[in-house]
Design a protein. Structure first.
Length: 250
């Protein structure tokens, strides 16, 4: 009986998502003609879409900050990736202009693919040349005063461990541009929707935990990429274990 109810709820949530997507589509299409400002507009639309969707499907989102300072700066945001619900959690948690690195394959989804293409910097891992182009676009976004958001695991973590191995990209850009790294933990997204069970979406909490930023001024060469990557990995891994063992009371 529980599986049937979850399936009904999941279908309801998907239908609501699609309806909101069609409402958002013309506004995204218009915004796509206006460069950086239009890109910012697309993310505002996506955030409103996420807020309304969460309300209608009974998911409550909250940010928790470990930061000693809440001053807004340019960051390279990095987060764990374990569920399709990481994306709506992402647009709900962000409070400043940014761009996301996303998988090229998602543009093939009708209607959603167009919105996705307008919103993200696409990465096609089929060739080194295409990957390099994506990272040049990320660096260009930083020169425009934007932050960038990367899932350093690259794809869903289905290993059973807190994190998968990280790719180098986020840390290479951080060192080359001397941009601090802001780790985020999505604590509940895998509970809301496990990646292997698409009809088992559940209502409940969606918490994003902002860890202390990691400055990169002491890392200046490509030889430091693995050192920085290891430091970020260890901090995020420890935080995931801590917060899953002793969840915050909010």
């Amino acid at each position: 009986m529980k599986k049937i109810l979850l399936a009904i709820y999941s279908v309801y949530a998907l239908i609501v998502f699609i309806i909101l997507m069609f409402f958002a589509f013309p506004f995204v299409a218009i915004a796509s003609f206006f460069g950086k400002e239009g890109g910012d507009g697309v993310y505002t639309i996506a955030k409103l879409w996420g807020i309304i969707w969460y309300v209608l499907i009974g998911i409550h989102h909250k940010n928790y900050y470990e930061l000693t300072s809440t001053q807004k700066r340019q960051y390279i945001f990095v987060a764990n990736h374990s569920s399709y619900m990481d994306i709506p959690a992402l647009v709900r948690c962000m409070q400043q202009p940014y761009r996301v690195l996303g998988k090229y394959e998602m543009v093939k989804i009708p209607v959603f693919g167009f919105i996705y293409k307008c919103a993200v910097i696409l990465v096609d891992r089929s060739s080194a040349e295409k990957r390099a182009k994506s990272f040049q676009e990320l660096k260009h976004a930083l020169t425009q005063g934007l932050s960038i958001f990367i899932f350093p695991e690259g794809t869903f973590n289905e290993t059973g461990k807190p994190l998968k191995e990280f790719y180098d990209g986020a840390f290479r850009i951080a060192i080359e541009t001397q941009t601090p790294i802001q780790p985020i933990i999505f604590l509940d997204t895998i509970k809301r929707l496990p990646p292997e069970h698409l009809l088992q979406l559940t209502p409940g909490k969606s918490r994003a935990i902002f860890l202390e930023p990691i400055e990169v001024s002491n890392y200046t060469t490509t030889n430091d990429i693995n050192i920085l990557k290891k430091i970020v990995y260890q901090k995020m891994e420890a935080a995931i274990v801590q917060y899953r063992t002793h969840p915050p009371m909010f």
